[in-house]
Design a protein around this ligand. Structure first.
Ligand code: ATP
Length: 242
């Protein structure tokens, strides 16, 4: 089981935004995709999800490309998007059911998993609520539930920490650790390195659409000579390198 990006160049309307991007994620690995605003993180994710097609290069998940079996490929990926995607006319329960149907999950087992997640995230008495009733953080929590109730092999979690309260951040970090222990792969993008650093096994640093580093925290610290241990200082170095 692995996700592999092999020399992927791609972008919008055939204008390259990510260039020659290669990295992989292995089972039980949490990879942090990091970089400045506009570095190409979301664009890379859109290629993995098949929303954008590479101009060149290849993406495989568990040795298969999306073109080989689109439905199977997509079923193996769960996404917690940066901006929650909720349907205004569907209740929380109906969102859970939509996930069950789109991932072809066993209804009872998946619903049981979802109920446990709702309890952890303190949303368990809100099954009949509509999105209009949810706060920003609650909407993000719904996205956590719909991602983590699946049996995907790759979990993509895009900038999750900004709208969540400290308890929910801790809950999410615990859920990520659980997935890792189950042998799943996690791709996490965030600017909040102080929160994420202990959860991340390997950092893939993008700058201007290219991978400029791929390594552990210690590798990154030594590459960028972050002597006082502040990982955030990486950003000013990236800005200088432009
Ligand atoms: N829909 C789009 N059409 C054209 N260009 C886009 C589109 N979305 C993003 N871009 C461009 O692609 C580049 C990379 O953007 P991307 O959203 O991938 O960056 P990011 O690393 O995710 O940034 P952030 O940290 O701000 O979320 C930027 O130059 C941006 O202007």
């Amino acid at each position: 089981m692995s996700l592999k990006l092999n020399q992927v160049t791609g972008g919008y309307a055939r204008v390259p935004v990510i260039k020659d991007v290669s990295f992989e994620i292995n089972p039980s690995e949490v990879v942090g995709l990091i970089g400045l605003n506009g570095a190409g993180k979301s664009t890379a994710i859109k290629h993995i999800l098949g929303i954008l097609k590479p101009i060149s290069g290849e993406i495989t998940l568990n040795e298969q490309t999306m073109a080989q079996d689109t439905k199977q490929f997509k079923k193996q990926i769960a996404i917690m998007p940066e901006t929650p995607v909720l349907y205004s006319e569907l209740t929380l329960k109906e969102h859970l059911e939509m996930t069950i149907f789109s991932y072809d999950l066993d209804y009872d087992k998946a619903f049981e998993r979802a109920e446990k997640l709702l309890e952890i995230l303190r949303l368990d008495n809100k099954l009949d609520w509509l999105p209009v009733n949810f706060s920003k953080g609650m909407k993000q929590k719904v996205m956590i539930v719909t991602a983590f109730m699946t049996d995907a092999s790759l979990f993509i979690i895009d900038e999750p920490f900004t709208g969540l309260d400290p308890l929910a951040v801790e809950d999410l970090l615990n859920l990520i650790a659980e997935k890792k222990a189950e042998g799943k792969m996690v791709l996490l993008t965030t600017h909040i390195l102080s929160t994420a650093r202990d959860a991340i096994d390997r950092f893939v640093v993008l700058n201007d659409g290219r991978v400029v580093s791929n390594g552990t925290l210690d590798d990154i610290k030594s590459q960028y000579q972050l002597t006082d241990g502040r990982l955030e200082d990486l950003y000013s170095q990236l800005a200088k390198r432009g």
